[in-house]
Design a protein around this ligand. Sequence first.
Ligand SMILES: Cc1cc2nc3c(=O)[nH]c(=O)nc-3n(C[C@H](O)[C@H](O)[C@H](O)COP(=O)(O)OP(=O)(O)OC[C@H]3O[C@@H](n4cnc5c(N)ncnc54)[C@H](O)[C@@H]3O)c2cc1C
Length: 533
Amino acid sequence: MADLDVVVVGAGFTGIYAVHALRSAGLTVRAFEAGEGIGGTWFWNCYPGARCDVESKDYSYAFSPELEQEWSWSERYPAQPEILRYLHHVADKFGLWPDLQLNTRVTACAWDADTSTWRVTTEPGATVTARFVVMGVGNLSQLHVPDLPGLDTFEGPWYHTSRWPKEGVDFSGQRVGLIGTGSTGIQIAPEIAAVAGHLYVFQRTANFAVPNRNRPWQDAEERAFKESYRDYRQEARQSILGVPVNGTGKAALETPADEREQVYRERWKAGGGMPFLGAFTDVLFVREANDTVADFMRDRIRETVADPEVAELLCPTGFPVGAKRLCQSDDYYAMFNSGHVTLVDIRSAPLESAYPGGLKTAADSYELDAIVFATGFDAITGPLFAIDIRGAGGVTLREAWAHGPRTYLGVAAAGFPNMFIVTGPGSPGVFSNMVLSIEQHVEWIRDCVAYLTSHGYGAVEATTAAQDEWMELVTGIAYATVFPLADSWYIGANIPGKPRVFTSYLGGVASYRERCDAVAAAGYEGFTLAPAR
Ligand SMILES: Cc1cc2nc3c(=O)[nH]c(=O)nc-3n(C[C@H](O)[C@H](O)[C@H](O)COP(=O)(O)OP(=O)(O)OC[C@H]3O[C@@H](n4cnc5c(N)ncnc54)[C@H](O)[C@@H]3O)c2cc1C
């Protein structure tokens, strides 16, 4: 008999809710978390400026009406410490701590077909067996530091934003080099610039950033959304991105230019990325329609940045808006008007190496006191591959996914019975409000385990045929959109040697939920169910 019904790997939004949901279904469960605290993304990413870019009223659990009524978010886009406090509150409220085991990294998971259990090995060494494993390892938890020659010779400190020292870093008066201009780089840059003697922003690719117009919630606003929270949550479930977006319902290319411009101006003024992407029906599907947004945004950059050369360098080109994660900042572009911020173009003169005193590009050297890497993650598959996962016949997940990840519904993989993945490849995951997706996945997994248990089944495994059909659907939808048209972390392009495949389900969270529910209602169609031993 297995030690536990379910092992959950990770204690972020996923692990925390999985423990609650599975335990409430009468299952024995333990979450193993490598970090010394819960919170996942919001535990690790404690760099200055870290905040969510989905509004707090959406980026929060919906499973408990009591929780959503009693918790008050201070801001529209809360910063990392507040989100972490919220997750602690959830763990306290639902008494989850006894089943959240910190400082414990899962290093291996091996399927034992004779007993239909997973043998889970952890660091510092204990092994447990469980009927099921739930991978709540996150898509953005395996950090990526580029291989920069000479970094070990650099005499100052260097930091990765996702392993930021908990005690903070004082950059007062220092010369700081920032590498990476994605969502995180754009969030942290103005914070460093506010105190540093000089900030050098090393930019390989300019990214689109919309203002977020962050502000405290007014009491009346909070009262209003809390009064209609149940309906609002339902609307979110019926949406594409997991957030109700008030689109115009029109195609950009069929809208007169002045009317279109007016819509973009209103959304720019209101702030937020999703309203922009959802303004017109064709923006994410037709490149020319997307260009209308891109042109509008480039004009705003030129309007904000005083030096025309710097402005041109900051204007993204060559990929559609949204195909790389759309960044949000109220201060990033204006920051380049300060005399002590320099944009260094490492597209035309690549970064070559670090040396004891700083960084060297093909064109110049930069004397620095500290270096900050905002270079992101080995996304989506990275955290899964970091575990030695061996399924049926001892085949590793790495081998099974050598040419790119393959799943059925994003939650299960053929050859890996009784293993569930939350917001994995093949799910809407990173293209949605992730908290909403996490809850939906976890509840589906909970119901699946309950069904198996009550019907006398011991194992569930996706069939290869169902997986192939699902991946064909995922790919078909993706390539009808503009998303694969960028070298992004979504397709693995930020990691040398990683297969470039686009594996997120872009059909929207509503149709995804419908399909998952239909699969369950049909007795887990596309899965093989084996009797309990
Ligand atoms: C800076 C930043 C901002 C973001 N903003 C948003 C946003 O605004 N909206 C949005 O929808 N999403 C956002 N995201 C995505 C965010 O990751 C998810 O919203 C969500 O927090 C994921 O929760 P999770 O529990 O699935 O994964 P994570 O929060 O990544 O947690 C996974 C946990 O698993 C642990 N783990 C991994 N491997 C192992 C192992 N082998 N053994 C033990 N533990 C392990 C990790 O230590 C980590 O704590 C953001 C991500 C980042 C990095």
